[in-house]
Design a protein around this ligand. Structure first.
Ligand code: DQA
Length: 146
């Protein structure tokens, strides 16, 4: 199975960026840990980060019929992007929305997501462990479906 981990704007700044909210690990650390822990003969983890909405959209499109599950932290695009929602719906790939911080305990503009109602699941407030739980769930459901 092929799982794609997508990260949106400013997540390349993890480790430096507001560590009290987002933790001390870099995105590279998080991805490396996930790959070490979850890559097996039947599971391939691919990853991509971009600050540009169109690049994330193109990556989603390229996943059509190639990627079985997407784990996405859309960063601030969560709260603004109808286009990323439509891209995910257009390829019909199941996905989990992940946020490091608890967006519901923050500013009101972070309470609404354009993705949550079409996601398989939403995880927020668990820091980098949220990605772990999401990958674990994705693997379980892919194996059950096959
Ligand atoms: C975030 C939460 C978003 O509101 C914010 O814009 C981010 C990161 C999180 O992981 O907690 O960039 O998605």
């Amino acid at each position: 199975f092929n799982i794609l981990i997508l990260n949106g704007p400013n997540l390349n700044m993890l480790g430096i960026r507001e560590p009290e909210k987002y933790g001390a690990l870099t995105l590279g650390n998080i991805i490396e840990q996930l790959k070490t822990k979850y890559s097996t003969q039947d599971i391939t983890l691919a990853d991509f980060q971009s600050n540009a909405e169109h690049e994330l959209i193109e990556k989603i499109h390229k996943g059509y019929k190639k990627i079985d599950f997407i784990i996405i932290n859309p960063g601030a695009f969560t709260h603004t992007s109808v286009a990323i929602r439509d891209a995910l719906l257009s390829v019909n790939i199941p996905f989990i929305e992940v946020h490091l911080s608890n967006v519901h305990a923050r500013e009101p503009f972070r309470h609404h997501s354009y993705l949550s109602d079409v996601a398989k699941a939403v995880i927020c407030g668990m820091g980098h462990k949220g990605y772990d739980y999401a990958v674990d769930f994705a693997i379980d459901s892919l194996r059950k479906m096959s």
